[in-house]
Design a protein around this ligand. Structure first.
Ligand code: F6P
Length: 386
């Protein structure tokens, strides 16, 4: 009796990050070595599944992938199968192409689909699960904002890159006695700013979760000057905003499921600080630099563990789950429990407490505890909830 080999599909969706190729490599090697399964890679995320664009990936084709940034499959942050942009004439219309995706999956004789992505991709993947596709999610994003897992791969590499940049900014800040503002990505979550700010020795760290009081930021700078420290380093998350103010939107991408692109708060901050303190400021926006390049050793290991485990889950039939890391052990959570949610920094998070113990200003007044500040009626009255 002929034994049929299992066939797995794999795709990478959403913004890229270091470690995607390491997952693909681990999936292919485990599928081949442990189970003799075949792997098909869909190109450009769900776009490839809907448009039948794919490639066979064998162990030879993943050689050298571990340390390579980006994704050999390509990715797209517009390819939501339930809201898929299709050009009609000069305009995009959004159509539900999920049934086409199911049809293509079935006609290729696939047994499972491994989707490597962030919140947007997991949302779509939960939807595909509801349509009967046996899916497994693998959590990626530099933002580290997926619920269910302690960490996503890509985050550590982004923190390493941001920290290197902050180290370099430090020396020139010292020479010129300036306030240097380093803006990092992270969308609505301050994980990258908080971690790289601590790793890079930032004096002020501003994150989206704690709207900042500009007077308190300037007070910290003046205080440092009075102690003979004639420079200050501010690390700011792109989603940070002043009390009562708004996040700075850099761009609106009409045909993307997540339309808003943030960026530019650091320029606003620099103008305010110069106006209030008369100290020269300079701005560096790290942007996509944090998404590029080789994965850190931590991310290579995490991505590899996730990829290996995802294939074991296929073999066990543990579908509609996201592979996660909890207390350094691999585990899994139902996809529907993570879809549409975001993991933000909480005011009492241990890393926030670490920053406070170091004397880092998080945008709050010195004479108030962070708890008091976050709870204060003043703040509540002034925060605009969207
Ligand atoms: O989600 C990852 C991320 O890099 C965010 O930190 C950032 O806001 C966004 O993607 C940028 O998206 P794009 O690559 O579409 O400009």
């Amino acid at each position: 009796m002929a034994i049929t080999r299992k066939r797995i599909g794999v795709l990478t969706g959403g913004g890229d990050c270091p470690g995607l190729n390491a997952v693909i490599r681990a999936v292919v090697k485990t599928a081949h070595n442990d189970y003799g399964m075949e792997v098909i890679g869909f190109k450009d995320g769900y776009e490839g599944l809907i448009e039948n664009r794919y490639m066979h990936i064998d162990t030879k084709s993943v050689s050298g992938l571990l340390s390579r940034g980006g994704t050999i499959l390509g990715t797209s942050n517009r390819a939501d199968p339930f809201n898929f942009p299709v050009l009609q004439g000069d305009e995009y219309v959004h159509l539900d192409r999920s049934s086409q995706a199911v049809l293509n999956f079935e006609s290729m004789g696939l047994d499972a689909l491994i989707c490597i992505g962030g919140d947007g991709t997991m949302n779509a993947t939960a939807g595909m699960a509801a349509k009967g596709i046996p899916v497994i999610g693998v959590p990626k994003t530099i933002d580290n904002d997926l619920v269910g897992t302690d960490v996503t791969f890509g985050f550590d590499s982004a923190v390493v890159s941001a920290t290197e940049a902050i180290d370099k900014i430090h020396t020139t800040a010292q020479s010129h006695h300036r306030v240097m503002i380093v803006e990092v990505m992270g969308r609505y979550a301050g994980w990258i700013a908080l971690h790289s700010g601590i790793a890079g020795g930032g004096d002020i760290i501003l994150i989206p979760e704690i709207p900042y009081d500009i007077e308190s930021v300037c007070e910290k700078i003046r205080d440092r000057t009075s102690q003979g420290k004639n420079f200050s380093i501010i690390v700011v998350g792109e989603g940070a905003k002043p009390i009562g103010g708004d996040m700075v939107v850099a761009k609106i991408i009409e045909n993307s499921p997540e339309k808003i692109r943030l960026g530019g708060i650091s320029h606003q901050l620099a103008a305010q600080i110069e106006g209030l303190t008369n100290i020269e400021c300079r701005v560096t926006i790290l942007g996509h630099l944090l998404r590029g390049g080789a994965p850190s050793a931590f991310d290579r290991i995490l991505a590899t563990r996730f990829g290996v485990e995802a294939v074991h889950m296929v073999e066990r039939g543990d579908f509609n789950q996201l592979v996660v890391l909890k207390n350094n052990s691999l585990s899994q959570v139902p996809l529907e429990s993570v879809a549409g949610k975001q993991r933000l920094v909480e005011c009492d998070h241990p890393m926030v407490k670490t920053a406070l113990s170091l004397g880092v200003c998080l945008g709050h007044p010195e004479n108030m505890t962070l708890d008091e500040y976050c709870d204060s009626a003043v703040l509540h009255n002034k925060i605009k909830f969207e």
